[in-house]
Design a protein around this ligand. Structure first.
Ligand SMILES: NC(=O)C1=CN([C@@H]2O[C@H](COP(=O)(O)OP(=O)(O)OC[C@H]3O[C@@H](n4cnc5c(N)ncnc54)[C@H](O)[C@@H]3O)[C@@H](O)[C@H]2O)C=CC1
Ligand SMILES: O=C([O-])CC(=O)C(=O)O
Length: 345
């Protein structure tokens, strides 16, 4: 026999649960229709990222585009019994249909590194791919939030900005370079050295997304763990070289795909929560910025209904991080300028 007091506490538990879900952006009343597009969906990142976005209850429509191979990926992913409807689009003729009505466009289209290459070595091929995809975005879904994964991110984001400026659709609040994998790595490596559960770890990573332009701020890592300076130096280097570690381990078969799909899905989820009005959604991202004298810079960003709500400052840096910041500026600026110059041609 259920007593009235038991019923009341059950009702209040259910209501607490549903308001927690609503805060996370998951309740049915507060979950609007959202279309997410993956450009490069048949690739190494694109396939697992498409699966992870299919698992996201905030997505109602999942549009998968690639120059080839998307019908198979879309048919496969569409059998997963979650909320979103899946559609596959193949070839440039179908790009417009793929993009129309998009809220978030994720771009992992382009070639990955092989051992011995830098991310900048991908510029010649990927710059053109990103330019043409962004031209289509400015035409078919100019209000979408763009999550740029294609490398070199330090240049592809400025390219996208220039393309949108030329088309008259640029809104700096809607363009993001995805640097979440740097944060994911920094958290994992820090948890290992600090011997703390990784789930509770936070580490901001600022700067850019290549080599020394990746600057993890371990002095701000939580929970605190008084690690020796040489351990911090080693952690910093491992985070900066994380991509290369995977490229070398894959020995010619590409770069990070699975961890990148995870990181890309985390960042897209944060964008969707921001769009849905969930408060206090903060992630690091490479965005137009006044945090330093560089026009684009990765730092913590508060996400909201229009994309970037606030670009947060760097906070207190250790002397080692201050030096790292000064060291990265020339390389990052050169990569930004290279992208701008290419897009202006
Ligand atoms: N931001 C980050 O943290 C990371 C970025 N990346 C970058 O992501 C990109 C993709 O990497 P993977 O998926 O491993 O490469 P991949 O070669 O496995 O897949 C790329 C996909 O892009 C497609 N593609 C090429 N041109 C296209 C176009 N014009 N329109 C649409 N799709 C097009 C290809 O058909 C292919 O399916 C690379 O540039 C890589 O460097 C990789 C890991 C981390
Ligand atoms: O290293 C690469 O070429 C791919 C990448 O950006 C990463 O894994 O961080």
């Amino acid at each position: 026999m259920i007593k009235p007091s038991m019923l009341r506490s059950l009702q209040s538990a259910v209501s607490r649960g549903s308001s927690q879900l609503a805060r996370r952006g998951y309740s049915s009343e507060s979950t609007p229709e959202r279309k997410v597009v993956v450009l490069g969906a048949a690739g190494g990142i694109g396939q697992p990222l498409s699966l992870l976005m299919k698992l996201n209850p905030l997505v109602s429509s999942l549009s998968l585009y690639d120059i080839a191979g998307t019908p198979g990926v879309a048919a496969d992913v569409s059998h997963v019994n979650t909320r979103s409807e899946v559609a596959g689009y193949q070839g440039e003729g179908e790009l417009g249909k793929a993009l129309e009505g998009a809220d978030v466009v994720i771009i992992p289209a382009g070639v990955p590194r092989k051992p011995g290459m830098t991310r900048d070595d991908l510029f010649n091929i990927n710059a053109g791919i990103v330019k043409s995809l962004c031209t289509a975005i400015s035409k078919y879904c100019p209000k979408a939030l763009v999550n740029m994964i294609s490398n070199p991110v330090n240049s592809t984001v400025p390219i996208a900005a220039e393309v949108f400026k030329k088309a008259g659709t640029y809104d700096e609040k809607r363009l993001f370079g995805v640097t979440t994998l740097d944060v994911v790595r920094a958290k994992t490596f820090y948890a290992g050295k600090a011997n703390v559960p990784v789930a509770g770890v936070n580490v901001p990573v600022v700067g850019g997304h290549a080599g020394i332009t990746i600057l993890p701020l371990f002095s701000q890592a939580t929970p605190k763990a008084n690690l020796d300076h040489d351990v911090i130096v080693a952690l910093t280097k491992r985070t900066q070289d994380g991509g290369t570690e995977v490229v070398e381990a894959k020995a010619g078969k590409g770069s990070a795909t699975l961890s990148m799909a995870y990181a890309g899905a985390l960042f897209a989820d944060a964008c969707l929560k921001g769009l849905n009005g969930v408060p206090d959604v903060v992630e690091c991202s490479f965005v137009q910025s006044n945090v330093t004298e560089l026009p684009f810079f990765a730092s913590k960003v508060r996400l909201g209904k229009n994309g970037v709500e606030e670009v947060l400052g760097l906070g207190a840096l250790s002397d080692y991080e201050k030096q790292g910041l000064e060291n990265l500026k020339p390389e990052l600026l050169a990569s930004i300028e290279k992208g701008i110059k290419f897009a202006k041609q």
